[in-house]
Design a protein around this ligand. Structure first.
Ligand SMILES: [Zn+2]
Length: 531
């Protein structure tokens, strides 16, 4: 049985940059291009040289080592020749290996949006491809609105695709630009197109407006296309593009695909997938989607006691693929439904050695249940659970003791009726007998407290300097007769490691303080510092 090569084309830096709230800097783009290279992606589309100064600068050098560095741009304007089109000149001047044009394939769009004749639009696709091919570039055409166009006027949509192919385009990419097409339609239409253009010259570009961009891409591969365009984490306008972080492991790990097609992604690169996916979120300053397929923190998490013990006996009972294959990990959640098996599994993962029948495991389980009754939640607060377990099984040194702290929030008039609100915190810490006093201002009380606490911890200072709070969540709920506040703090260090801690109190500052102390203690413990 012959196995076909499927090529992966990433457009995170071009179509992904259309996402609301996403704005890549030059440094971001350089970093992301390198990450994609490390994933063994075949094509990295970097943007639109000539359209804005940032993209022009990005394309002033080749930014990938392995992947083919691809520039995106429009086909030539109607009424001028491709060799005389400034947009195309900018593409050819760029340091790209390949050029991906976008052109219209829907007759209605040509007439209404472009106000051009169908023949002129066809000529634009043909002439633009010819010009890039003649200049020695690998060339492709994204046929915009191909599927809608095909449904409205199959002959015309096909004629655009065919014109590009006949002019020498390496790839003709069928785009579901509105994202409204369904998998069975994709499979049927690709099946028609492939009678005219061979599958190893056809690509798919799907958007997620019906939640099926991945399914649509896979349907197209089943029908014979051999290039997939998508983005990391499904970034993209509206509902996003096809998510390569889902497509890649599916192609590699599911026999339905791996028996028929192969990708350029090595097993080692696949193990970097989780890290790359979360690295992108880091750059975007977003919390990773815990429930993302394959790479989410919850993708291999089990909660209920009965599942947890089965998972420990044989992971295949509840896991469709091995978490390590995509660089993720198995997680057994500690919760109020926790049984002994959950706790034991979690201790094993955290590297805390203990015998199954050790009475301290029962004590830890009782402690977790009691604390969860008070409002603590360890499911999302790994680092606090780690500290709790280490205190009961083993020990946690007292690195420092906060003797007192105070936080003051003041709203004052500055000029006339202008007001400003300032928060100041004061902290008195004892570090191995040495008393250190620090004060700091912040944009809010928790921020001020965090800054004051981390301003001077004496001999530990160098271990905590690069810490930053990346997420702060508050939940207020009724516990007994009073309202109880639970604070979850997610901290990151400069290596990109993240951990979450929890604090509970009737007072939000106090709850935050507990979570901050846990976070610093965890970091010191993990750094191998001794008290
Ligand atoms: Zn698109």
């Amino acid at each position: 049985m012959s196995v076909d090569r499927v090529y992966l084309f990433d457009t995170t830096l071009r179509d992904g940059a259309q996402t609301t709230g996403v704005d890549f800097s030059l440094a971001d783009k350089i970093q992301i291009a390198a990450m994609l290279d490390g994933l063994d992606i075949d094509y990295v589309e970097g943007g639109y040289p000539g359209a804005n100064p940032l993209d022009t600068e990005f394309f002033s050098e080749k930014r990938t080592k392995q992947a083919r560095f691809t520039a995106f741009g429009m086909t030539k304007k109607i009424g001028r020749s491709a060799s005389n089109d400034p947009g195309i000149a900018a593409l050819l001047e760029s340091k790209s290996d390949a050029i991906c044009y976008v052109g219209k394939a829907w007759d209605y769009q040509v007439r209404v949006a472009l106000e051009a004749s169908l023949e002129d639009n066809l000529d634009s696709a043909r002439d633009s491809v010819l010009t890039a091919v003649k200049a020695g570039r690998e060339t492709m055409l994204d046929c915009e609105h191909f599927f809608d166009g095909y449904k409205a006027n199959p002959d015309y949509a096909l004629s655009v695709a065919k014109a590009a192919y006949d002019a020498g385009a390496r790839w003709v990419v069928l785009c579901d630009t509105n994202g409204g097409t369904l998998p069975h339609e994709i499979e049927r239409i690709v099946g028609e197109v492939i009678k005219q253009i061979p599958g190893d010259h056809l690509g798919i570009h799907a958007h997620d407006d019906t939640g099926q961009a991945v399914a649509n891409s896979l349907a197209a591969v089943r029908a014979g296309v051999r290039q997939i365009q998508g983005t990391l984490n499904g970034l993209g306008e509206r509902c996003g593009n096809a998510n390569l972080a889902t497509i890649i492991p599916t192609l590699k790990l599911k026999s339905e695909f791996s028996n028929h097609v192969t990708t350029g992604v090595s097993d080692e690169a696949l193990k970097r997938l989780t890290q790359v996916s979360r690295g992108l979120d880091e750059i975007l300053n977003r919390s990773p989607n815990r429930h993302a397929p394959y790479v989410g923190a919850s993708a291999f998490a089990t909660k209920a006691g009965i599942h947890a013990s089965a998972v420990m006996k044989d992971p295949q009972t509840y896991e469709h693929v091995a978490p390590e294959s995509v660089g993720n990990r198995r997680k057994v959640l500690v919760s109020d439904q926790a049984g002994r098996s959950n706790i034991l599994a979690e201790l094993e993962r955290l590297g805390i050695a203990v015998k199954k029948d050790d009475p301290r495991v029962t004590r830890l389980l009782d402690e977790v249940k009691e604390r969860e009754g008070l409002g603590y939640s360890y499911e999302g607060a790994d680092a606090s659970f780690f500290l709790l377990a280490r205190r009961i099984i083993g020990e946690v040194p007292e690195f420092f003791r906060v003797e007192r702290f105070s936080v003051n929030v003041e709203r004052r008039f500055v000029e006339g009726s202008e007001t400003e609100t300032v928060a100041e915190a004061f902290v008195k810490v004892n570090v191995g007998g040495e008393v250190l006093i620090s004060a700091a201002e912040g944009n809010g009380p928790v921020n001020a407290l965090d800054l004051a606490l981390r301003k001077d911890l004496g001999k530990y200072q160098r271990h905590i300097e690069t810490l930053a709070i990346v997420d702060y969540k508050v939940r207020v709920f009724q516990g007994g007769s009073d309202a109880v506040t639970r604070v979850l703090i997610e901290t990151a260090d400069k290596s990109g490691e993240r951990w979450t801690t929890v604090g509970v109190s009737g007072n939000i500052i106090d709850a935050s303080f507990q979570a901050l102390i846990d976070s610093i203690t965890y970091k010191l413990l993990k750094s191998g510092v001794t008290a």
